[in-house]
Design a protein around this ligand. Structure first.
Ligand code: ZN
Ligand code: ZN
Ligand code: ZN
Length: 784
């Protein structure tokens, strides 16, 4: 009997539900073609939860279809869950793609934006193609996604492309299951899609009055010409406006820096291709892979000596942020100029990136000479993402935005429904649902009304798109952060529980969650080297040794606290921090070269502040320690961007690190009533002596880096001895310092520690919201 049954071709039907990134990546055409290949009938459709499929045919064919769904899925798809069950046959006659089915409360992952793919690129530069040099070419494998999606399921009417009606040729591609633009929602061509136009800041030109035969081509040609002549161009990119200028033109760069009020902070450079990148930078295989990945981020790479780019692109830096073109418009513009272009966010200092034409003409008018605008609206604002590849360890994001957000950080444990509002600087928020942490794109420094508004709008977009209303809120302990105030307001208005999470506990748990650390695996040791954060005792923390799990932490020890004259104001004037720390640790100010630019009067004021403690909070911040040493060595006394003084100090150490990494200054650890304290007095004393003896600053910097790392390693050894724990997480913004990271990581590994490093979210304050969310969930319990 059995034999007979197996021999007969028996028809069966199966229903399949898929979730993950399965929309906006060419999944339905793939399913349809696969079904046709296996001679199956049935249907496929998008839902707000993912993709539903029903197939019917001979058992063998249905089985192979199901396994090939996974093994042959399109390159940008990410299948997370698949549910298959047998169902009655329905007598379907063919295989159809059905209308999308919205489901209330279902959660569908939205694909981030994807850089222009190879086939689209070859069409873009093919004179025979109907999209030859058309700046909005895209297909099911590339193009805008989250920047234009207003709602799910992802269909054209729910994107900002809805106002463009497809021409018959485009519509044919869109409806032909064998075409590579089948159901490509942003599909467009020169006769039916968006267009670009160029205008200057004095007279915005109505696009309808241009009267040119090939308006896109002509606009881009003229924009390219202007760039070559030294103009600053505001161009509407994917997630917002960018400001561009010739990276080899000193006077253009000077003007851009003046207008943007950004004297020193490095600019990123867009290069036409990998060959050009290699002309100016030395890139490792891992860095190349990141540069060419579909997300196409800015990658911080080593700048080659002899590069013809202006040093003022990234003053006093050995590294430079580079990226490749990621939209057809960028490709065309770089083809036109044939040279690397500085490409920086279109905003004034720390305001959010500008996204609309009107907004650009108003807010960017003082910054740009020309505007390259287009009429495809941007729905969600996105800056470019930034990554770096440390010598040891895997790549880490510095800024997680376009191409990555809103892809969630997935964990193997539940995260409840929390909205964590993040920190003040480099703010991101984190919205959780089930096992997903939807970490927002980089929002910015929450110090102005515009950024708060951007924050609130983006929270609303995420809650709507991911159908995730929070059951509880989390925020920083700092009462004055705008994000904290937002959380308090919402907690009151919506009667939601609110948990405040200590800043460095959030850093540490962020690193744990980033590594999918099991909540039942117990506590880990943590070294959090950071700028500053509100401590549990009301003082300013930032050089912390913690023992923590997702619920609680113990402050095992910290860097010695030092006075910060004028509080946060000292951040901009590291020489004042140096004065205060010398006064505090040596009891006097020795005669050193960096004092040449400080008046007697100011010195007196600072010393008095320190002795009296007036407006001079104490801090254990590691960031401020780097500031103080940088100023003390006369490397950087005034800081114009976050991390400025520390980065200068790191660059100075540069290649000296290897030669000197075995020597160190004394860094004793003392037992005090508040815990173990890493004492800094002997370190300052030694540095002062060496400055006086004329030892080069680069050598002192290298030994200093190693000393701080050795202090951390010594503390870890003691923590391990006392607790028996051997897993250490390294977090906090200071670990963006490549030298410090390597000098800490290497000896920890040699001594048998398992070290957790950030991989998916930044170690700086951009990752803090993830930690806040995980802690809040574990304290709120299952209801959270
Ligand atoms: Zn494409
Ligand atoms: Zn068309
Ligand atoms: Zn921090």
């Amino acid at each position: 009997m059995r034999v007979k049954e197996d021999v007969l071709p028996r028809r069966i039907a199966k229903q399949i539900e898929l979730s993950g990134i399965v929309q906006g990546v060419g999944f339905r055409p793939f399913v349809r073609n696969l079904a046709v290949e296996h001679r199956l009938v049935g249907w496929v459709r998008n839902t707000s939860a993912g993709v539903d499929i029903e197939v019917e045919g001979p058992r063998q064919e249905v089985e192979s279809f199901v396994s090939e769904l996974l093994s042959r899925a399109p390159p940008r798809a990410e299948i997370e869950e698949i549910n298959v069950r047998e169902c009655p046959t329905n007598g379907n006659q063919h295989f159809a793609i059905l209308e999308s089915l919205p489901r209330p409360d279902a959660c569908q992952r939205v694909s981030p934006d994807i850089a222009t793919c190879e086939p689209c690129l070859s069409e873009l530069f093919d004179p025979q193609d109907r999209r030859h040099r058309y700046p909005f070419i895209n297909c099911t494998n590339c193009g805008p996604r989250f920047t234009i999606i207003e709602d799910i399921p992802y269909d054209r009417p729910k994107t900002t492309m809805r106002s463009f009606r497809m021409c018959p040729a485009c519509e044919h591609e869109y409806e032909d299951p064998t075409d590579r633009r089948f159901h490509a929602q942003p599909n467009a061509c020169p006769s039916c899609g968006p267009h670009v136009w160029l205008c200057d800041r004095s007279e915005p030109v109505d696009p309808n009055l241009r009267g040119e035969a090939q308006p896109d081509r002509e606009a881009i040609r003229r924009a390219g010409q202007a760039l070559k002549e030294g103009a600053i161009l505001a161009l509407k990119g994917l997630g917002g406006f960018q400001l561009a200028c010739d990276a080899a033109n000193e006077s253009a760069l000077t003007r851009l820096r003046e207008r943007k009020r950004r004297p020193d902070k490095p600019f990123a450079v867009m290069m036409p291709n990998l060959a050009e990148v290699e002309r100016h930078c030395s890139v490792t295989a891992e860095e190349k892979e990141l540069l060419c990945s579909p997300a196409c981020p800015i990658v911080i790479v080593r700048w080659r000596e002899g590069s013809t780019l202006c040093p003022s692109v990234a003053p006093n830096q050995a590294y430079m942020g580079v990226m490749l073109p990621y939209t057809p418009l960028h490709h065309l513009l770089l083809c036109e100029t044939g040279r690397p272009l500085v490409m920086t966010s279109g905003n004034l200092s720390e305001e959010p990136i500008v996204k609309d034409n009107d907004e650009a003409l108003l807010r960017l008018a003082p910054l740009a000479d020309l505007f390259l605008l287009h009429d495809r609206d941007i729905y969600a604002r996105f800056d470019d993402s930034v990554w770096f590849v440390p010598v040891l360890g895997s790549p880490q994001p510095v800024r997680r935005a376009r191409g990555f957000a809103p892809s969630p950080v997935r964990t193997s444990f539940p995260l409840g429904r929390i909205l964590a509002c993040g920190a003040e600087w480099k703010n991101t928020f984190c919205l959780t649902r089930d096992r997903y942490a939807f970490l927002s794109q980089h929002i910015g420094d929450m110090e102005n009304h515009e950024t708060l508004e951007h924050f609130e709008k983006t929270v609303a977009i995420y809650e709507h798109l991911f159908r995730a209303k929070p059951a509880a809120l989390a925020c920083d302990l700092h009462p004055d952060f705008l994000a904290t105030r937002y959380a308090h307001r919402r907690s009151r208005d919506e009667h939601l529980p609110l948990l405040s999470v200590q800043h460095h506990h959030a850093h540490l748990t962020s690193c744990m969650a980033d590594n999918d650390w099991d909540p039942n695996a117990g506590p880990v040791l943590g070294v959090v080297f950071d700028g500053s954060g509100y401590g549990a005792d009301g003082s300013i923390w930032g050089g912390e040794f913690l023992i923590a799990d997702y619920r609680a932490f113990k402050r095992y020890g910290h860097l010695q606290v030092m006075p910060l004259p004028g509080g946060d104001a000292a951040i901009h004037r590291p020489y004042r921090t140096a004065l205060a720390w010398l006064q505090a640790s040596l009891g006097e100010i020795p005669d050193l070269p960096f004092l040449g630019s400080v008046s007697e009067e100011e010195m007196g004021v600072v010393c008095q502040m320190v002795t009296k403690g007036s407006n001079t909070p104490l801090t254990s911040s590691c960031g401020r320690l780097f500031d103080a040493v940088s100023a003390l060595l006369d490397v950087c006394g005034r800081s114009t961007y976050e991390g400025h003084a520390a980065v200068r100090l790191e660059m100075l150490a540069g290649d000296r690190i290897d030669a000197l990494c075995r020597s160190q200054y004394p860094i004793p650890i003392e037992e005090r009533k508040e815990g173990k304290v890493v004492c800094l007095g002997p370190l300052f004393k030694a540095i002062v002596e060496q400055v006086k003896a004329g030892r080069p600053a680069c050598e002192i910097s290298a030994v200093f880096h190693n000393t701080v790392a050795q202090g951390a390693v010594e503390m870890c050894l003691r923590m391990r001895e006392e607790t028996g724990l051997h897993v250490v997480a390294l977090s906090g913004g200071c670990f963006q310092n490549r030298a410090l990271l390597r000098l800490t990581l290497e000896p920890l590994r040699e001594r048998g520690f398992q070290v957790l490093l950030h991989r998916r979210v930044p170690c700086n304050d951009g990752g803090v919201s993830l930690g806040q969310a995980v802690v809040a969930y574990h304290l709120c319990g299952e209801n959270g």
